[in-house]
Design a protein around this ligand. Structure first.
Ligand SMILES: *[C@@H]1O[C@H](CO)[C@@H](O)[C@H](O)[C@H]1NC(C)=O
Ligand SMILES: *[C@@H]1O[C@H](CO)[C@@H](O)[C@H](O)[C@H]1NC(C)=O
Ligand SMILES: *[C@@H]1O[C@H](CO)[C@@H](O)[C@H](O)[C@H]1NC(C)=O
Length: 359
């Protein structure tokens, strides 16, 4: 998983010498004065065990005999050598691995494969929140954002993925990315003809603006609502994109409801077309997406009486709910997913109830 620059796979001979040296020193001094290893092997024991497992016992014995003949001065010299070797053997820390990956991403003379490998390494490394928080300090965000402009769509795709993963549930990184003004570019990538790129870009956009009013303000001012509407109402869009879009719609409606409940002014008013594109998704042949569309609709109905009025006047939702009722009833007869279907039916009834509530 980690870069080939990791030095632990050193030669067995070096390890042998370290091991024998350590054993002899322990005998000579009855105590090992070793530096705190700071990452690397968790303990000296584990390093010795590892070394023994990778060494030839015969050579080990011979070396031990040789070491016993050393004078105190020679032993001291060995001790220093061993200390240096141990420094080299140390496993690099996450921050060091991130620096290496970032330097590679930032190096334009390296090949596409090297960039791809380095981006994949970062993708693994930014999982823990502390690492994600270090990314900007190490110059990582700027380097990754540059990759969004690459000709190779594979690189653009992973770069968007890394940005999404780093900002997921992380207000610090969300803020940094918003300040670097990269949302418009990611939103442009959502329209890519390559669905993998579009999916990862939408993942990133969603992660950056979730629970983040500043990010949402940028999102709406850059035409985010239209973007979602176009995806949801387009039968040829990748189903993953449509599902992610309606999921984001539900998320945004819920957060808007909470913000308004605590006194914030309305930041976005859904249009008839926007609402209708969500209704359209209740009819796609994918139960997961249909369920998410129902969740989004109940939140939109909860959000404002105006949404209720539009959905009533237009009449499409009424028809869609009836179609869905029949579909669920039919599936119940011959499919083995009763619980999921019952959940969807409950969700459907909630939407029906909210549609007919008193205004
Ligand atoms: C970029 O990579 C090349 C090839 O490995 C290397 O020679 C060069 O030193 C690197 N540049 C920087 C700034 O690290
Ligand atoms: C990236 O490269 C530029 C110039 O090539 C350099 O100024 C900058 O410090 C580098 N950033 C990192 C994080 O290596
Ligand atoms: C619908 O999506 C397809 C596939 O992504 C795209 O080629 C087409 O232009 C879209 N249609 C509209 C009207 O946006």
């Amino acid at each position: 998983m980690y870069s080939s620059k990791c030095k632990v796979q050193g030669s067995g001979l070096i390890l042998l010498r370290v091991l024998v040296g350590l054993v002899c020193l322990a005998e000579a001094q009855n105590k090992l004065e070793l530096q705190d290893m700071d990452g690397g092997f968790p303990s000296l024991d584990s390093m010795l065990q590892w070394a023994v497992g990778h060494s030839d016992p015969e050579k080990l014995k011979a070396a031990a005999v040789e070491f016993q003949r050393l004078s105190p001065e020679e032993l001291e010299k060995r001790r220093v050598e061993i200390k240096d070797l141990m420094e080299d053997l140390r496993m690099p820390s996450d921050a060091e691995l991130m620096k290496i990956a970032i330097a590679d991403i930032n190096n334009s003379s390296l090949s596409t494969e090297d960039h791809s490998r380095a981006l994949h390494e970062l993708l693994e490394l930014v999982g823990p929140i502390d690492n994600a928080n270090d990314l900007n300090k190490l110059g990582g965000l700027t380097a990754i954002i540059q990759e969004l402009n690459r000709e190779e769509k594979e690189l653009r795709t992973i770069a968007a993925w890394v940005l999404g993963k780093s900002s997921n549930n992380n207000p610090v990184v969300q803020k940094q990315i918003i300040e670097l003004n990269v949302l418009p570019e990611l939103m442009g990538m959502v329209k890519s003809s390559c669905s993998e790129e579009a999916v990862k870009a939408l993942y990133a956009v969603s992660a950056i603006i979730r629970n983040n009013p500043d990010g949402q303000a940028v999102f709406y001012s850059e035409g985010g609502a239209h973007m979602l509407q176009d995806i949801m109402s387009n039968d040829s869009s990748d189903i993953r994109l449509r599902r992610k879009s309606v999921f984001l719609v539900a998320d945004l409606a819920e957060q808007q409801f909470e913000l308004e409940a605590s006194g914030a002014t309305r930041i976005f008013e859904a249009s008839k077309e926007y609402l209708n594109s969500v209704v359209d998704l209740t009819a796609v042949p994918d139960l997961d997406t249909q369920e998410k569309a129902l969740v989004a609709l109940s939140r939109l109905l909860q959000l404002s009486d105006k949404n209720v009025q539009i959905l009533r006047d237009f009449g499409q939702l009424e028809l869609a709910l009836e179609r869905l009722r029949l579909q669920i009833r039919e599936l119940m007869l011959d499919e083995n997913q009763g619980d999921f279907l019952r959940d969807i039916e409950a969700q459907r009834q909630e939407v029906e109830f909210m549609l007919h509530k008193k205004l």
